[in-house]
Design a protein around this ligand. Structure first.
Ligand code: ATP
Length: 438
């Protein structure tokens, strides 16, 4: 049943769900739109509504062929920049944006086509030219955002939509600024980080404030994944992934032209200052594009075989995590026991922080050669893949925690054998698995 959103928009049916809310197919004065309605428990946070209202200008101001445009922001009445009022809908549908239900909704351009996760799952790996074209487009969108002082902070395949309505598919980055707004601490609250470990730049793990270079790191991680079918440091426990982000070097992808690989390595550098800026990344990728045309997807092995071998290890890992009361990904959210997994960790000492003994970065294999690690990065695994995101009370604490994690047994590749030593936990990482991507 249709519901009003603000005074100009109507939501018709659900297109998909994310961790922060539900996206609806809607209708507005200028035709079809997508409407992202934030979860009730998030929207009920007056600070969050205020932050969205405060960022209204930035959210609505980003216009670029590779960015999903935000047309309207509907926030509870009383907040600066509130959307227009309309009658509230029934409890089971999307409520209206008049403040009665306290809703926050982002009215966006409707993208006709799948998200990149869905596309990659279907294709297993993309041909270098396609992967590079997608990445170059998104990089050009990022360049505009970065020039406006906006860092995305959550670049990943789920947030890249493919418009397939034209002759050539066009990649568009969505969810700009949403991660930052949701992540910001309440007044007087603790600081924290929210992100998806596979794409999280090392400086975030180390507690530095996220700057534009984190988006470059994440985007080139996406490029790596499009080419390889798995991310450079993914697999297993999220804490282990975070530790690899900080300590391990990315494994080369056999069969990739040197120039492209060198570019990727530069953008995956641990030091943010070493990475290219978005505009340069876009133009360098476009320069490389003609030489890549006609190259087939990389031949790195059979992901189906990986799936068979790797899935049990992943499940063991989840069940090995100590059970705790559910802790939400997003601060203030209601726990969801069905999709939550958790781990808790103590602060390591200096020796432990040195880490490194349990390195788990995987070298790409020759065809047919099995790969140790998680099913999350195989294509078959991706079909069942649930996104992992991590939230940490105190980003600096995370920096210490991840170094400790593998050395004390939270690592992806040996969780069961290497249990904790019984020291009392002093801080924790809460891990929540998101719903399957639609
Ligand atoms: N502008 C849009 N046009 C068409 N479909 C969209 C649009 N924005 C999002 N969607 C679809 O809605 C679904 C949910 O999107 P949403 O951004 O809420 O979640 P997500 O990015 O998958 O996860 P999360 O928000 O947890 O990172 C996705 O499947 C996406 O393809």
């Amino acid at each position: 049943m249709a519901r009003n959103i603000g005074s100009h928009y109507t939501a018709h049916r659900v297109l998909g769900r994310g961790s922060a809310g539900t996206v609806w197919l809607g209708e507005g004065p200028d035709g079809p739109v997508a409407i992202k309605l934030l979860r009730e428990d998030l929207a009920a946070d007056p600070d969050l509504a205020e932050r969205f209202a405060h960022e209204r200008h930035a959210l609505l101001g980003l216009e670029h062929p590779h960015i999903v445009g935000v047309r309207e922001l509907v926030v509870p009445s009383g907040e600066t920049g509130a959307g227009s009022a309309a009658a509230a809908g029934p409890a089971d549908g999307p409520p209206a944006g008049d403040g009665a239900g306290g809703e926050i909704a982002l009215v966006m351009d409707l993208v006709r086509g799948p998200d990149l996760r869905t596309h990659l799952t279907r294709e297993r790996r993309l041909a270098p030219a396609e992967a590079v074209a997608i990445t170059a487009g998104v990089a050009s969108g990022l360049a505009v955002a970065h020039a406006a002082g906006i860092v995305h902070r959550d670049v990943k395949p789920e947030n890249i939509l493919l418009d397939t309505s034209g002759e050539q598919p066009r990649a568009l980055l969505t969810d700009f600024g949403v991660a930052k707004l949701i992540d910001e601490p309440r007044h007087g609250g603790k600081s924290g980080v929210v992100g998806t470990p596979d794409y999280m730049a090392p400086e975030i793990v180390e507690g530095l404030p996220p700057r534009a270079a984190v988006d470059i790191y994440a985007l080139v991680t996406v490029l790596y994944e499009l080419l390889a079918g798995f991310t450079p440091f993914g697999g297993g426990h999220p804490g282990a992934v975070l530790r690899r982000q900080v300590t391990e070097q990315v494994a080369a992808l056999p069969g990739l032209p040197d120039e492209l690989w060198e570019l990727m390595q530069q953008c995956l550098a641990k030091a943010p200052a070493s990475r290219l800026r978005a505009a340069e990344l876009a133009s360098r990728l476009r320069e490389l594009y003609p030489a890549l045309r006609g190259l087939p997807p990389l031949d790195l092995g059979d992901p189906t075989l990986d799936e068979e071998r790797e899935r049990p290890a992943d499940e063991e890992l989840v069940s090995a995590a100590p059970a705790r009361a559910a802790v939400p990904l997003v601060r203030g959210a209601a726990p969801d026991s069905e999709r939550a997994t958790h781990t808790r960790m103590r602060v390591p000492d200096a020796d432990e922080l040195a880490g490194g003994a349990h390195g788990t970065a995987r070298a790409p294999r020759a065809p047919g050669q099995p790969r140790a690690g998680s099913a999350r990065h195989s294509t078959a695994g991706a079909r069942r893949r649930r996104r992992l995101a991590v939230t940490v009370a105190g980003a600096a604490v995370l920096a210490a925690l991840v170094g400790w994690l593998l050395s004390s047994g939270g690592g992806a590749d040996g969780p069961a054998e290497e249990g904790g030593d019984g020291r009392a936990p002093a801080a924790e990482i809460a891990v929540v698995e998101g719903p399957p991507t639609s």
